[in-house]
Design a protein around this ligand. Sequence first.
Ligand code: MTE
Length: 389
Amino acid sequence: EADPTALPPNVPWWGHYLGDGVEAHPYGKPSEYEAHVVRRNVPWLTATTESSVNFTPIHELHGFVTPNGLCFERHHGGAPSLNPADYRLMINGLVDRPMIFSMEDILRFPPVSRFHFLECAANSGMEWRGAQLNGVQYTHGMIHCVQYTGVPLKVILDQVGVKPNGTWLMAEGGDASGMNRSFPLEKALDDAILAYAMNGEMLRPENGYPLRLVLPGWEGNMWVKWIRRIEVGDQPWFAREETSKYTDLLDNGKARYFTWEMDAKSVITGPCPEKPVLRKGINQIKGLAWSGRGRVKEVHVSTDGGRNWMQARLPDPVLPKCLTCFNAEFEWHGEEVLLQSRVVDDTGYVQPTMAALQKVRGVNSIYHNNAIQTWLVNQTGEVENVRLG
Ligand code: MTE
């Protein structure tokens, strides 16, 4: 509710008094009026909060960068608080010179800074069998996008010298879950980063402080946080997180493992269940699109459940393996509308419908759901998560 004495032509009260001095907030925080913009969890989803997940409020964000305090967290053994003075990264296995690096050592290498999205393979996982969670924060909020700064993993591997038969790497976390994942050497040499900073400041504890693995475009589970060891081997480790979890049960009953690249996906973040349509007339559609394979080429939006599509605007920048914003207008006169978005990436891949995805993947999958999302705008402007067909 607006305070009428603050509105023109009055001079509002805050124009009559001095505000806070520069010592009031040594580390700045959002306005108290933005207190609703927070990560949220779904209490019934997991037995404990330590092995759990919370969700990024993507419907409240502007642009493609996620503020550090709003990046969703996913961990299997809680977020440890590490003193960087005690931190070490060990590299062993099929290398010429096994080495242990301190944070001081890591910070001496020339840094790179790149924007990348991290999407948990379980993002939208609850939506496989039908519309489940009525909010984009919950259906699509296991994603964040920040600017990472760190050392290319290739630079560190050059220090230890990978032996000719070293073709696989295993990254191991230093948290209580000791979570580990295998990945091929080609990815390490291509664009993997050992990151110590996000959005210009050191990583937050919950995102892996002081060092995490960044595997651009690949499923979030592989981005090992609090990384304490990398072993070089000649075959994958078949760790728990790549056999019993993060595999995809297909329609033919076989399970697929090593689905690393995140397929192209998009979602409308306004209107959405948390952001109803408030006015008749011209309304904005805004959303996010991404692809683990490269850049977003086009985003199409539909207001009739996918029968007709129009091209959305993609404001700059459109970066590879990074969230990309899109927007478009639609006119609303109080009728029911079925809003959808569909991304095409620069490999030509088109985001599928759920029906198309289920033909290949069946109905028992959890991970890697990149299907088109439908929002039903009803006659009062409220928005609901629905499944078509
Ligand atoms: N690394 C360690 N050491 N322990 C973990 O539990 N969780 C993984 C991955 N790295 C995890 C981890 C999972 S499942 C995801 S989706 C991402 O971290 C989440 O990263 P975030 O917490 O920065 O969002």
